[in-house]
Ligand binder design. Structure first.
Ligand SMILES: Nc1ncnc2c1ncn2[C@@H]1O[C@H](COP(=O)(O)OP(=O)(O)O)[C@@H](O)[C@H]1O
Ligand SMILES: [Mg+2]
Length: 293
């Protein structure tokens, strides 16, 4: 019997990633996998008749998938799949930790991974007069993506403005990294480093490619490999991007892990067939029974 999988997206994200989705469906065909593209909105899940249930377009599933590639952020759904014995990539634990910048720093603290001091608070607490860091610092929402919710704050006027924008949101506070407008994304599949991309921006302190940055291939040195491997050991990854800032000496500072990682810069800077490798990785996981459920 053919291996059957689901590729799940939310509608807006799917529109922007049509070529990537097509690429998944093509590679799956080549590998003899029956991969269905599914919008999260067509799924309902919860408990029905006292049993965990997943409905597709309102109907009970006739046949559960053998695996799910979750390209939407909804860790409760990843967990539901795992409770039902359906391997989900990435796992519920990766999704719950990595989509929260505070949880990620909390999880990796004390593991020998260099990172900036990071304080966890709500934006409302910014005006209590009890700031854990002196100006200038960086404020980000815990769940922001793409650089949109990242602010540099140099004085109390800017602090007021950010407070007005974020009000009750949960945030993190960090000092400025030593090198601005530059960061590194390391693509990881399972325990393997598949590639790294240096991203930079001459006009903003934010290096996000979607904000108009540049991207170039990057070769990790021995020390950098050791740092990345320390992070890999703490998780059971499917496909993720591990992102780093640089300090004033050009040394890596851990920044965040992208669970639903975009692969555009990897494709632009290498000829790695990341989709094929991801599907092969999943097949191998299923064959060896080494899944997170
Ligand atoms: N503490 C910091 N010091 C300097 N630059 C930072 C700092 N935090 C983030 N940045 C810059 O802002 C960009 C976006 O921040 P990031 O934490 O990656 O949030 P997002 O999830 O929105 O991408 C980073 O890629 C980096 O270039
Ligand atoms: Mg980022």
């Amino acid at each position: 019997m053919k291996t059957k999988g689901w590729l799940i997206y939310e509608a807006e994200h799917a529109k922007k990633n049509r070529a990537f989705i097509e690429w998944f469906l093509d590679e799956a065909r080549e590998l003899d996998i029956e991969l269905d593209f599914i919008l999260q909105t067509s799924i309902s899940f919860g408990v029905r008749n006292n049993e965990l249930a997943i409905l597709l377009d309102g109907a009970q599933l006739m046949e559960a998938p053998d695996f799910v590639i979750m390209r939407n952020i909804d860790p409760l759904f990843n967990e539901q799949l795992e409770c039902l014995g359906i391997p989900c990539f990435n796992s519920h634990l990766v999704s719950v930790i990595c989509n929260d910048k505070a949880k990620t720093h909390q999880y990796l603290a004390g593991q020998g991974v260099p990172m900036l001091d990071t304080f966890f608070m709500t934006a409302d607490e910014l005006l209590t007069g009890n700031l854990p860091l002196p100006f200038p610092f960086v404020i980000k929402t815990r769940t922001g993506r793409g650089g949109g919710d990242v602010f540099m704050v140099e004085d109390s006027d800017q602090l007021q403005a950010v407070h007005a924008e974020l009000s009750a949101r949960s945030i993190i506070l960090q000092p400025l990294a030593g090198s601005l407008g530059k960061d590194l994304r390391v693509y990881v599949l399972g325990t393997e480093i598949v590639g790294a991309v240096l991203r930079s921006n001459q006009t903003s302190f934010k290096a996000n490619f979607t904000l108009g940055g540049q991207a170039e291939a990057y070769i990790l040195n021995e020390w950098e490999l050791t740092v990345v491997n320390k992070i890999i050991q703490q998780f059971d990854f499917g496909l993720v991007g591990i992102d780093f800032l640089f300090d004033e000496n050009g040394c890596l500072l851990f920044n965040e892990i992208e669970d639903v990682v975009g692969c555009r810069t990897l494709c632009l800077t290498s000829d790695i067939n990341i989709v094929k490798r991801y599907l092969e990785f999943i097949l191998q996981k299923l064959a060896t029974g080494e899944t997170f459920t």
